[in-house]
Design a protein around this ligand. Structure first.
Ligand code: NAP
Length: 295
């Protein structure tokens, strides 16, 4: 059996189109402010993409740049200014911050109602209590992809999330729980990991270990939603070349699974799409607009 490949690039494009359609029906334009501190080249690329896609969805994009030697106070006072700005609906602090800055403390300054990354303690609390709030983007993207594979109703499915990070594993587990799944969270101390994974209808590796999950860890017909992104040497492409692989070994898992996301082109592209969706949801909640259908 060969698994159906879940095309995250195409699903992300659908989500962005739905966001653009929703924005066009709103009485005003949502606004996302992105804060970039320093000159990390990867972060520059991410921020450029976020700005471009925010504008393409019909929203206002504000881009604030601080120098690499900015102080904690300067970062936090910029965030506080954006909190107080009634025109700003979403605030995204691009991570990582330069050495010497405390990212957790800076994130905590973000108004939870503008926390489009879903990373503040209040957002995490709202998620775990099942209260309305902004949810972390990559985990939301993982749930959307699982629904594309298995249908809107995931209730009763056994989900195994491998990884318990604040950014991915824990919120992914809570989001699947909110979909009435039966959720197991596995981690580095889990005994018999392969056997635990074989119980999963939906397997969500979020570890950061290249190709750790092998085909014989996968239940026949299961959906593998691979969050991992790992850069590994690719001598077959030439000396010194690299490539991206997931936490699942694609070929062997695809032989057993019913559905699988590739890396790249799976969960990765969903993150920005869900960020745009969160910006619209934040704008609607803040400004008292009805959430447009289709979001
Ligand atoms: N846009 C995207 O698609 C996106 C976004 C974010 C992250 N990612 C990727 O997702 C992966 C995870 O990111 P993260 O931020 O969650 O990483 P992280 O903070 O390093 O967490 C990794 C988790 O994996 C667990 N783990 C480590 N080794 C393990 C093993 N041998 N067996 C089972 N569990 C193990 C750890 O368990 P302990 O808690 O026990 O140490 C930890 O909970 C990375 O590859 C990252 O690049 C992708």
């Amino acid at each position: 059996m060969a698994a159906v490949k879940i095309d995250g690039t195409a699903v992300a494009a659908d989500v962005r189109s739905a966001v653009a359609a929703a924005v066009s029906t709103l009485p005003g334009q949502p606004c996302l402010a992105v804060v970039l501190v320093g000159e990390d080249p990867a972060s520059e690329v991410y921020v450029r993409n976020k700005v471009k896609m925010t504008q393409a969805a019909g929203m206002v994009s504000i881009h604030h740049r601080l120098p690499a030697d900015a102080t904690q106070g300067e970062v936090e006072s910029l965030i506080e200014r954006l909190n107080a700005d009634p025109d700003v609906d979403g605030i995204l602090l691009q991570l990582p911050l330069p050495k010497g800055l405390d990212a957790d403390a800076a994130i905590e300054k973000i108004d939870p109602d503008k926390d489009v990354d879903g990373l503040t303690e209040v957002s995490a609390g709202r998620l775990s209590l099942g209260k309305p709030g902004l949810r972390p983007c990559t985990p939301v993207g993982s749930v959307i992809l699982a629904k594309r594979a298995l249908g809107e109703d995931l209730s009763g499915k056994h989900v195994v999330v491998i990884g318990r990070s604040i950014l991915v594993g824990k919120p992914a587990a809570l989001l699947f729980l909110a979909e009435n799944c039966t959720v197991t969270i596995a981690h580095s101390r889990t005994a018999n990991l392969a056997e635990v994974c074989r119980g999963a209808d939906i397997l969500v590796p979020a570890v950061g270990r290249p190709e750790m999950v092998r085909g014989d860890w996968v239940k026949p017909g299961a959906a593998v939603i691979d969050v991992g992104i790992n850069r590994v040497p690719a001598p077959e492409k030439g000396e010194g070349k690299t490539k991206l692989v997931g936490d699942a070994h694609y070929e062997s898992c695809a032989e057993v699974a019913g559905f699988i996301t590739p890396v790249p082109g799976g969960v990765g592209p969903m993150t920005i799409a869900c960020l745009l969706r969160n910006t619209v949801l934040a704008a609607c909640a803040r400004r008292g607009w009805a959430v447009p259908a289709g979001l």
